[in-house]
Design a protein around this ligand. Structure first.
Ligand code: SF4
Length: 348
């Protein structure tokens, strides 16, 4: 290993010993990490910030404190507890992985990144993070914070995502054989408190003297990012039917679809064309009121505009639909999109 890499490791680990963040899923200094807690936190953190996960993690862990509890829980309960974190495929995969671990691995996690990657929902980053943090393996755990620190330390000027391969190779070279988990957590902490996006706080950085980005005066501009293509737009219609018992009609989305197994307002497909629906399927005689403005919702790969139509009826017009009390909607695994649509339709 080059001398500089050894020096950077040492400085960063010393900094970590003094400045580590106290996080509910993180083992205290000298304690063993719990692979289950590390796994849940890493899945939650994939698309969310630490402050948001701080809110959801304790609630999730108090309901499912052990792998067995999660494996034996109904999927619906897991989805309800996941509400607010978005990207529900992660919760479905996590539930599936818990069942595989419980039934086929006697409740034990594989201790290598390769073994972990065989489980649903565990990709390269998550496998590397669990292997390093929970099992002390010399694997690479490169999240956005680590990417930023490495791009600056080594003055990587190629833009992301194209430079990921180069950053990964650098991460591989700098990963220590001992305390790998602490090292990646140190870089994560450094990236979120010192080497922050925008203007880094280099005066507080333990690697200041070894940072090529700082030496070249380009640190704040790194990592560069390739220009994003504008997201495509999709269009759809959702139908809100209220009965005289204060209930609305809901249905469950197909398991393999986007937001699969979640509950929704009966809806059309989401198309690229904005086709105007003249009447709702199944109830042509109802008086449908079009709700002004509809709702807009941004997904990762497209923006959706949903027109909303509302009507009163006691007939269960969609055969797979079911009635649910408006006051108890919080018990349902309802995606944010449909929560917004229901709020808007009920308001007016
Ligand atoms: Fe980041 Fe500055 Fe440290 Fe370089 S010296 S790693 S830019 S905080």
């Amino acid at each position: 290993m080059p001398k500089t890499a050894a020096l950077i490791q040492k400085k960063i680990l010393t900094w970590y010993d003094r400045n580590r963040r106290d996080l509910p899923w993180r083992a205290k200094a000298g304690e063993r990490s719990d692979p289950y807690a590390v796994w849940i936190s890493e899945i939650m953190l994939q698309q969310t910030t630490v402050p948001a996960v701080m809110k959801y993690f304790p609630r999730f862990m108090s309901r499912f404190p052990r792998l067995e509890d999660l494996a034996k829980a109904p999927l619906d309960e897991v989805l309800v507890l996941w509400q607010g974190l978005g990207y529900y495929a992660r919760a479905r995969n996590m539930h599936k992985a818990a069942q595989i671990l419980w039934r086929q691995h006697k409740g034990m996690f594989p201790d290598t990144a390769e073994g972990l990657r065989q489980l649903p929902g565990i990709g390269e980053y998550t496998a590397g993070a669990i292997a390093a943090i929970a099992f002390g393996q010399k694997s690479v755990a490169m999240d956005a914070n680590v990417e930023r620190v490495l791009a600056r330390l080594y003055a990587v000027t190629d833009p992301l995502p194209g430079s990921k391969k180069q950053l990964r190779a650098l991460a591989h070279d700098i990963a220590p054989a001992q305390r790998a988990g602490d090292f990646w957590q140190a870089l994560m902490d450094l990236g979120s408190t010192v080497c922050v996006s925008g203007r880094p706080l280099c005066d507080s950085c333990p690697a200041q003297k070894n940072c090529l980005g700082l030496a070249q005066g380009i640190a704040a501009s790194l990592p560069r990012k390739a220009e994003k293509k504008p997201k495509p737009k999709r269009y759809g219609q959702a139908f809100l039917v209220c009965n005289t018992k204060g209930q609305i009609l809901l249905r469950r989305r197909a398991g393999k679809s986007m937001l699969g197994d979640m509950v929704e307002l009966p809806s059309s497909d989401w198309d690229l064309k904005n086709a105007e629906k003249k009447s709702a399927p199944g109830l042509p005689q109802a008086e449908w009121k079009k709700i002004k403005g509809g709702v807009r919702h941004g997904f990762t790969h497209f923006d959706l505009h949903l027109d909303i139509y509302a009507a009163n009826s006691n007939r269960k017009i969609f055969k797979e639909g079911f009635w649910h009390n408006i006051g108890d909607l919080h018990q349902m695994a309802l995606p944010t999109l449909f929560k917004k649509a229901i709020r808007k339709a009920l308001a007016g």
